[in-house]
Design a protein around this ligand. Structure first.
Ligand SMILES: O=C(O)CCC(=O)C(=O)O
Ligand SMILES: [Fe+2]
Length: 149
């Protein structure tokens, strides 16, 4: 994928992350100074990860699914775009729920840096459909210069 396109995507998604963070900050009555506002979740402190989960080879054990280990994101806010292959799962209570892919939809995840106020959801990827590749892009806004307290 072209670098320019990825950078442009990152800029748009960061804009959404900033709007969401500002709304959350307002809801929590956090006082943000002008500097904090302008430095808030800037592109330069974010990460864009583009993933390709390949088709499974016949060598793999039957039923074994390719994916990503269970984790929470270490970000402030992550914005994920997945294709329609499926495989993302979130933990609700003690149960794993499969996230049904919806076309043209972004998935917003709160990360560990929001931990005091909210709890980031544990998630993982288990790609059950071995016949197709899965692609996803995750923009993690790290907001290194922002302190919530
Ligand atoms: O590929 C996915 O759907 C999940 C990616 C993810 O959880 C991450 O980058 O932290
Ligand atoms: Fe994640």
């Amino acid at each position: 994928m072209c670098r320019v396109l990825i950078e442009e995507y990152g800029r748009h998604i960061t804009r959404i992350a900033v709007s969401l963070f500002e709304a959350i900050a307002q809801a929590l009555n956090l006082e943000l100074s002008g500097d904090q506002r302008s430095e808030l979740l800037s592109e330069s402190t974010g990460l864009i990860r583009v993933y390709r989960y390949p088709q499974s080879s016949s060598v793999e054990a039957e039923g074994e699914a390719l994916g990503m280990e269970v984790h929470t994101d270490s970000s402030v806010i992550s914005i994920l775009k997945e294709d329609e292959t499926g495989g993302l799962e979130i933990m609700k209570g003690e149960e794993w729920l499969r996230v049904k892919p919806v076309a043209d939809t972004l998935i917003i995840n709160l990360g560990d840096m929001m931990q005091d106020e909210y709890k980031g959801v544990k998630h993982r990827v288990k790609k059950k459909d071995r016949t197709r590749e899965r692609h996803s892009a995750d923009v993690q806004s790290l907001g290194a210069k922002v302190s919530l307290h």
